[in-house]
Design a binder for this molecule. Structure first.
Ligand code: PMP
Length: 352
């Protein structure tokens, strides 16, 4: 297959069936590996669609500057797009962003601004936004994709990610997806609910994230969660919620590496753990998770025992075996809750 540029490698990501870490011989858990996109994550789809729609509408002109606040993966995607299409790219990140993400983006020519102080609530995200606003005011003709407010973010997943899932699955019972901006859960959730009317959609968020209206408290897992309820999150198609502790996500990464040879990103660990908990309660159902990126983004951080220790996490406290994962999946730290009504706020979630 011959491609004209690297952005054409977008999409068509593989789906892997989990073989060993299953609660029951009848269980079917599938992992759609978004890390196989050209800049390595689920955000590539949203970034390409947002940029191309902005070009089409004339909001983004040749040679302009793209400025965005990002925890990492969206920035990698923008850095790649900037290099291919000739835009200057400025990424506003914070100290949680991993060194591999930063080296990737700067190797492609993106400029990096690190916000070093969180705001008074402990949120780096809001501090990043303040810096983005300053840069936009300073640089004429600059464009901000605004991933938390731009409807082209969820739309990219409704158009493309969902269609790939429909092509791969004649039947599907449950979708277990991470929430950050809400882009991929809202887009795929809405499109797949039309195609599979009885599909159960379970949102996976970090305990401490305010994306679904709960009070914000700092947490460690990167990419997942938010400091507020993003515009791009539509909870209409979400049936239940599983809040994950950092230790559950990081442990699941270790288990999947050891038992399946699969090096997941941190949020991938979170969704696979949530899928295991779902499958424990529904052993005959088919469950699909989207692994937003790959473990390669975290080799120097959450896969590194010394780094973890410096962060206050003892690697020995993480579980590594199928048996431990199953035991924890039967009794997760925060039992999943069902959603009873709109709008997007914590009161919509009731214990099941
Ligand atoms: N996991 C990772 C690793 C991510 O980078 C992101 C995007 N921030 C998400 C999950 C959440 O994806 P979305 O923004 O589509 O909700």
């Amino acid at each position: 297959m011959i491609y004209e540029n690297v952005l054409e490698l977008l999409g068509g990501t593989p789906v892997l069936r989990v073989r060993n870490v299953l609660p029951d011989a009848r269980s079917r858990i599938y992992v759609k590996m978004e890390g196989f996109n050209p800049a390595g994550s689920v955000k590539d789809r949203a970034a390409v669609h947002m940029v191309e729609e902005a070009e089409r509408r004339g909001e983004l002109r040749p040679g302009a500057t793209i400025i965005e606040s990002t925890s990492g993966n969206f920035g990698k995607a923008l850095a790649l797009i900037g290099a291919v299409k000739g835009y200057r790219v400025i990424l506003v990140v914070d100290p949680k962003t991993t060194s591999s993400v930063l080296s990737y983006a700067s190797s492609l020519g993106a400029e990096i601004e690190v916000v070093t102080e969180p705001n008074s609530a402990g949120s780096y995200q809001e501090a990043r936004f303040d810096r983005v606003r300053e840069l936009l005011a300073k640089i004429p003709g600059s464009y901000r994709p605004d991933q938390c407010n731009n409807p082209d973010n969820p739309r990219s997943h409704a158009l493309y990610t969902a269609q790939e899932i429909i092509d791969d699955f004649p039947q599907l019972d449950a979708l277990v997806l991470a929430v950050g901006t809400g882009g991929h859960i809202s887009g795929t959730g809405s499109a797949l609910r039309q195609h599979f009317p009885r599909l159960h959609v379970r949102a996976v968020d970090s305990f401490g994230s305010a994306a679904l209206g709960f009070p914000f408290a700092p947490y460690r897992v990167r990419g997942i969660g938010n400091s507020w309820v993003p515009e791009t999150l539509n909870i209409e198609f979400i049936d239940s919620l599983h809040l994950i502790e950092d230790g559950e996500a990081l442990s699941m990464c270790r288990v999947m590496a050891a038992e399946e040879g699969l090096l997941l990103g941190e949020s991938g660990g979170a969704v696979v753990f949530a899928a295991l908990a779902y499958a424990t309660a529904h052993p005959t159902q088919s469950v699909l998770v989207i692994a937003p990126d790959r473990g390669e983004n975290y080799l120097g951080e959450s896969y590194d025992d010394q780094w973890l220790r410096a962060e206050g996490v003892e690697a020995e406290d993480l579980w590594r075996t199928r048996e431990e994962a199953l035991r924890h999946a039967r009794a997760p730290k925060h039992p999943p809750t069902s959603i009873t009504h709109a709008p997007a706020c914590a009161s919509a979630f009731d214990p099941v």
